[in-house]
Ligand binder design. Structure first.
Ligand SMILES: C[S@@+](CC[C@H](N)C(=O)[O-])C[C@H]1O[C@@H](n2cnc3c(N)ncnc32)[C@H](O)[C@@H]1O
Length: 269
């Protein structure tokens, strides 16, 4: 969006050292940081990616935050999924414009935001959260990014296992909760043929139990599990090399496709 910043917009300020600050623009407001301050009124009306100067003449660039910037900066509630894993979940979960997606649990709403972007205005996201405080927190996070709750988002409070009867045409089921095997068991036979299930779990025993359930119930084709590693690089002059520190582990993704009929389970001895 190249329209100038307006009152109420989100703005990401980048200082000369690459530090990032996320602010909500308000007429008469002031951004203060270690190198001085900048009036919000100097940003309102400016084009995105404008170069601005603080009261101490320090350089600041005003950007519209990317979704990944927002997720990394948003206030923490429940443990969220980071951009490193959001991209692969959308891609391998095969979430596309126009899809109806059921998601649980809503948590902090990071995956919900990524799903809303992937399904587009013609799609729908139904997100289910059993904790009222998490649901309310996520609603604020999502509304802040979108300037209100999107019309194609349904936020439900309760157990996701109770919603499958109400949403028969679900295209995708995205899970980030401690016991996804209980959910796939409840969804087995109820999802549409070809619906893709994508679950994010942090530990190996969870992967084992989920995969075992997906295989045993006979309703899911080919569970696959993988993890993604994200290694940042330092690129400064002649020093071009991987950063010395990286996030070693976040979670595993397990993906499977719902069959049109229960598969015959072959005993292998
Ligand atoms: C790790 S958080 C999800 C974070 C979210 N994916 C994000 O990116 O912000 C897991 C959430 O699942 C919720 N939860 C656990 N079991 C659930 C269930 N059966 N139905 C609905 N929500 C559930 C928890 O209350 C918690 O808020």
């Amino acid at each position: 969006m190249s329209t100038p910043f307006a009152n109420g917009d989100l703005c990401l300020l980048l200082d000369a050292k690459g530090r990032r600050y996320l602010i909500d623009l308000a007429e008469g407001g002031e951004f203060q940081y270690h190198a001085g301050s900048l009036k919000h009124d100097d940003i309102i009306g400016a084009a995105p990616a404008s170069l601005l100067r603080s009261n101490t003449d320090s350089r600041l660039v005003a950007l519209r935050p990317r979704l990944s910037d927002y997720v990394l900066k948003m206030p923490r509630g429940a443990q969220l999924i980071y951009p490193k894993d959001l991209g692969p979940m959308i891609h391998w979960g095969d979430v596309a414009p126009g899809h109806t997606v059921v998601e649980a649990g809503t948590g902090s709403g990071a995956l919900t935001l990524a799903l809303l972007r992937a399904v587009g205005p013609e799609g729908r996201v139904v997100t289910v959260e059993r904790r009222d405080d998490h649901r309310q927190h996520a609603a604020k996070i999502i509304a802040r990014f979108h300037g209100g709750l999107p019309d194609n988002l349904t936020m439900l409070e309760g157990d996701v296992c109770d919603v499958f009867d109400s949403y028969p045409g679900v295209d995708r089921l995205m899970l980030d909760l401690p016991e996804p095997w209980t959910v796939v068991e409840a969804a087995a036979g109820l999802l549409s043929a070809g619906a893709v299930v994508c679950a994010y779990v942090p530990t190996v025993p969870q992967v084992q139990r989920l995969t075992d359930t997906l295989r045993r119930c006979g309703w899911f084709i080919g569970p696959e599990t993988f993890e993604g590693l994200h290694r940042e690089w330092k690129v400064e002059g002649r020093s071009v090399r991987p950063e010395t520190q990286m996030v070693g582990h976040t979670g595993f993704l397990t993906v499977a496709t719902h069959a049109s009929a229960q598969l015959h389970i072959e005993e292998d001895g």
